[in-house]
Design a protein. Structure first.
Length: 195
């Protein structure tokens, strides 16, 4: 089993997060941010990862620190769970429809953190959630997972659909990239011999 566990305790947030890349898509989430809970439940289901999070933070200020720090923890747990990365496909991409929204994502588990984030035309909020925090979440995740990730809106008007499509698409893309290619199960997927 490829698993990771991260505990992060700061003056702003307290987080315990466990991740199983070879799970069944189960989410056990206890965090004070309803929209992110919804997105991470979808993320777990569509990635096939088991995700457990217990998190509190200074949400009386806003959700920024909690969202950012959960992204950090998820990225660290993802990197820990991948370990030496032998046999993984490394790359993944998907074009995912969510009603009128169409989201394209691509990933390279490269050891080089880079995020290209192109979800334009979002409303400022979905419910009480500041939509600019979606980018902050993915920045934190990418930097700590050491991956290259592209998220592009090809079409869409409804902000909820666009963001939900992005989380589902990233999940499906990661699912492909971390899958084991049985032909090369003992090899690092790079001519350099290291990622």
């Amino acid at each position: 089993m490829r698993t990771g566990f991260i505990k992060r305790d700061t003056a702003e947030t307290q987080i315990e997060l466990s991740l199983n890349l070879d799970g069944n898509g189960k989410a056990e989430l206890d965090l004070d941010c309803g929209f992110l809970t919804h997105m991470l439940t979808l993320f777990a289901r569509h990635s096939g990862f088991d995700l457990k999070i217990k998190a509190t933070g200074d949400t009386f200020v806003d959700d920024h620190h909690l969202v950012e720090d959960i992204g950090i923890c998820l990225g660290k747990a993802f990197k820990e769970a991948l370990s030496d990365m032998k046999g993984i496909n490394r790359y993944g991409s998907v074009l995912l429809p969510m009603d009128e929204a169409l989201i394209e994502t691509a990933v390279d588990i490269s050891g080089r953190p880079y995020l290209s984030y192109k979800l334009d035309g979002l409303t400022e909020k979905v419910g009480n959630f500041d939509t600019e925090l979606v980018e902050e979440f993915f920045i934190s995740f990418v930097r700590n997972a050491d991956i290259t990730l592209h998220i592009i809106k090809r079409d869409g008007k409804n902000t909820h659909h666009i963001i939900e499509g992005a989380f589902k698409a990233v999940a499906r893309t990661l699912r492909t990239a971390i899958s084991i290619d049985s032909r090369f199960k003992d090899e690092i997927p790079s001519t350099k011999g290291v990622l």
